[in-house]
Design a protein around this ligand. Sequence first.
Ligand code: AMP
Ligand code: GLY
Length: 404
Amino acid sequence: MCDKLFAAPGNPGIAQHAELTALAVEDHAAVLAFCEAQRIGLVVIGPEAPLVDGLADSLRGVGVPVFGPSRAAAQLEGSKAFTKELCARHGIPTAGFRRVTSAAEGLAALDAFGIPVVVKADGLAAGKGVTVAMTRAEAEEAVREIFSGRFGEAGAEAVIEEFLEGEEASFFAITDGHSVVPFGSAQDHKRVGDGDTGPNTGGMGAYSPAPVLTPLLEGEAMERIVVPTVQAMAQEGTPYSGVLYAGLMLTPTGVQLIEYNCRFGDPECQVLMLRYQGDLAELMLATAEGRLGTLPAPRFADQTALTVVMAAEGYPGTPKKGGAIGGVDEAEATGAKVFHAGTALADGRLVASGGRVLNVTAMAGSVGAAQQAAYDAVKKIDFPDGFCRADIGWREVKREAMRQ
Ligand code: AMP
Ligand code: GLY
């Protein structure tokens, strides 16, 4: 049980449950001082940047329990080359790759791959460092762009990868470095437009579970990818603790790892949380304290949760800020849950303050029914400067319809 929650920086949504604090997470000394003053019993580090920056190490150094990996373990998300080489050393299935450190080396390495080919900046690039190139010219352009400095330090190195064919699914596991337990699956929608068109985004909607990740394939992902990764990290002296988000490609020849994230995804987290049936604080504290193995396996509602992201016009480019938002209570009165992302209060009124603004989330007995419920709630939201995709869940809704 958690009896007092702080959020830094938080937003008007979480402010209904937590006290907001304007802590700068880059300032580790300030975070430690806050934890001491407030006698904090558990810190949950949500996003990747403070994890890669070693905030978990600083907190553990003074004995504060943390949910989230160390700087060294967060390399699983922070460096694509690190992860590819770990996979290669331990026989974990993933696309063939070359690691390159200059444009010339990158251009030459393209000869070793067919088309399409995938070009990735090594470091954190806020989801913008990956190009799936459909022509050689596009691949060359992507290599040049990475080494042009556009991605800053994230582009000091690049990884060139074989293109994997298949459908993508996201799989989550919680680990304390020894025990590993599955924590559900999801599928997200990365493109901004209906029918998966237009530029990539952080995610315009998601649903959980992902029926394409059958129990058999989930077992394969645990056995061949997630468990060997956790064991390899422990063996190499950088045990991984926290949530491990595996981006998977379900190829005709088996499950392959595309990438790891060292956090819950956004908006995957929202659908997982709606279905999760346990005490999250207890699960995270047990993970932080290395006693995950003493808890029963996490349980989830046997239903589908689906979330529709409402974004501010202009996203994923420059989003329009300050747009008024109404109707959240009316949307929740339908039974849906409206999670806040980029929201703020201006003169006591709810307004948009970022690209992705709200996650309108509903749960029902099928993907189709959850989709209907989520969009019924979306209709109640009054956000004239916002937009959303109209087809979240389409793949699975189509498959459900074909089964009938
Ligand atoms: P990442 O940031 O590594 O997840 O890549 C972003 C997206 O690019 C993934 O979600 C996939 O859609 C695509 N992608 C990345 N690597 C590959 C690959 N080797 N083959 C096919 N698609 C890929
Ligand atoms: N929605 C994908 C992510 O959070 O990385």
